[in-house]
Design a protein around this ligand. Structure first.
Ligand SMILES: O=C(O)c1ccccc1N[C@@H]1O[C@H](COP(=O)(O)O)[C@@H](O)[C@H]1O
Length: 213
């Protein structure tokens, strides 16, 4: 079976990109949500994307972004994928996909069984699904909170599109998350940091090793 593909999200320095590539991760995420400690400008993300080696999938994370914001990101940064981490509808996902010609990964927040239906619905429009923990009601960030959900909800489930598991993953729990859910792709932001927004190369390497172990 192919090894688990890893996305490291919220890269802010060229050293982060180097660490992600050296560790063998498949995806590098750049965060364009201004309130996040992982936020990067279009100019900064462009420099990071240009530093990425061929084969590393460069993903832009946006939250309910309008067309003008997306136009600026897509024009300024060489990208391979868009990650929609807000409340984008099926119609908006389809619209963004058609407008930019890039694969779209749509995030669905999960707290309980009732949230799983949205995955089936959104898979009609998105190229990939990202299953994350639903943020707490008072959270400033819709993701990147280091919170996990009950992975047992995903046992035995199948969706029409490739999917990625996220939410509270760390080098210490990712192997168990993969074993339990059968995820073939995983995504992490805060679990490989030494402080909010500060990536740690050793933790990135540990995470990829554990995910693929
Ligand atoms: O990381 C952020 O700051 C962030 C902000 C807004 C939306 C999404 C964000 N991160 C995404 O959430 C997952 C899970 O994060 P964590 O591992 O629990 O910290 C992350 O992989 C990003 O895709």
């Amino acid at each position: 079976m192919a090894e688990v593909r890893v996305k490291i999200c919220g890269l802010r320095t060229v050293a982060d990109v180097d660490a992600v590539a050296a560790a063998g991760a498949g995806y590098a995420g750049f965060n364009f949500f201004a309130p996040s400690p992982r936020f990067v400008t279009v100019e900064a993300a462009r420099a990071l994307a240009l530093a990425a080696p061929p084969g590393l999938c460069k993903v832009a994370l946006v939250v309910d972004a309008d067309d003008a914001t997306l136009d600026a990101i897509v024009a300024g940064v060489p990208l391979d994928m868009l990650q929609l981490h807000g409340h984008e509808s099926v119609a908006r996902v389809a619209e963004i996909r058609a407008r930019y010609g890039l694969p779209v990964m749509k995030v669905i927040g999960v707290a309980g069984e009732a949230d799983l239906a949205a995955l089936t619905e959104i898979s009609l429009a998105a190229d990939q699904l990202l299953i994350d923990a639903k943020p707490p009601k008072d959270a400033v960030l819709p993701g990147g909170n280091g919170l996990a959900f009950d992975w047992r909800l995903l046992v035995g489930r199948k969706w029409l599109k490739p999917w990625m598991l996220a939410g509270g993953l760390t080098p210490g729990n990712v192997a168990e998350a993969v074993r339990l859910t059968g995820a073939r792709q995983v995504d992490v932001a805060s679990g490989v940091e030494s402080a909010p927004g500060v990536k740690d190369a050793a933790r990135i390497a540990d995470f990829v090793r554990a995910a693929q172990g």
